[in-house]
Design a protein. Structure first.
Length: 294
């Protein structure tokens, strides 16, 4: 059995241009779904999957993320003075242990593969998880936990996958499938953002990965791919033959929070999950679903 991943990389250097103007001064990872920023969902998921070291690959204008995971003495004093116990506990719970968090700066936006490569000196030949805060997964078992459990069976490189409509293949890393048992899929190749007509399948990578250390050797070659960027998909593809690549069809509902519609849908879905909001939210959704009544 391979060792369980203990470290996770969170690439948070992206400019978030699709969400301008809100992302002009606010990192897109700080956009809230109900009352929690996207990045906190990703960190909590990693924590629930047993991750002990959290490595954020940031960029300019992202300091709100660092502040979010730090103490806020002013806020704490104010909440204490007002006897707001529940709020204090919630803030205390989300803090990571001293030394568990590291921030690395990606100086230039050269692609997801480059962002991951920026963390290479912190990995020390171990398998490492990568989580994209854009992909939010609502599930009973945290998505990364499902991915790690599958990784413990097969090792190598592994990513969460799902079927997408063929017209969307140019948004994702796509698997060239060699074996498929309905849950785990083995790939003989991967293609980053192929045109629908060229896609070897419609099985797409979503932002939960476990990387074998060999991927960092490939990333070190700094080869560019789709969009002129250094692609994580290409580096994983080049290790096939040395280590296997598997996709896991995970259980859960995934929201593409890198798109406006996906982000808005996530807000509705997560609000409907909440006991304190469900009834009101149902009423709102019902009202807007039938404009005649609105
Ligand atoms: C990245 C990856 C792509 C993957 C996607 C999942 O693309 O390059 O392979 O399918 O994340 O969300 P991006 O969305 O950053 O363009």
């Amino acid at each position: 059995m391979p060792p369980a991943p203990r470290k996770a990389i969170f690439p948070v250097g992206g400019l978030g241009t699709r969400f301008l103007p809100v992302t002009k001064a606010l990192p897109k990872e700080m956009l809230p779904v109900v009352d929690k920023p996207l990045i906190q969902y990703a960190v909590e998921e990693a924590r629930a999957a047993g991750i002990e070291e959290f490595i954020f690959v940031t960029g300019r204008g992202k300091s709100a993320i660092e502040d979010h995971f730090d103490h806020s003495y002013e806020l704490r004093d104010t909440l204490m003075a007002r006897d707001k116990k529940a709020e204090l506990d919630a803030l205390e719970d989300m803090l990571l242990e001293p030394g568990q968090v590291a921030y690395i700066r990606q100086q230039e936006p050269l692609g997801l593969g480059h962002a991951v490569w920026c963390a290479r000196h912190m990995i020390h030949g171990e398998p490492v998880a990568v989580l994209s805060a854009d992909d939010l997964v609502l599930s009973e078992v945290p998505c990364l936990k499902q991915v790690i459990d599958a990784y413990m069976e097969v090792g190598g490189n592994l990513a969460a996958v799902m079927d997408v409509p063929r017209e969307h293949t140019d948004r994702y890393g796509i698997l060239d499938v060699v074996a498929d048992d309905g849950r785990l899929v083995e790939a003989r190749g991967l293609v980053e953002k192929p045109a629908p007509a060229d896609a070897p399948s419609t099985l797409s990578i979503i932002g939960r990965y476990i990387l074998d250390p060999t991927v960092f050797d490939e990333l070190g070659r700094q080869e560019t791919g789709a969009g002129g960027e250094i692609q994580l998909t290409d580096a994983m593809a080049r290790t096939i033959g040395r280590v296997p690549f598997h996709g896991l069809r995970f259980e859960g509902r995934r929201f593409d929070c890198g798109s406006k519609a996906g982000f808005l849908e996530a807000n509705v879905a997560y609000a409907l999950e909440r006991d304190d909001l469900r009834a009101e939210m149902r009423e709102i959704v019902r009202r807007y679903a039938d404009p005649a009544e609105g």
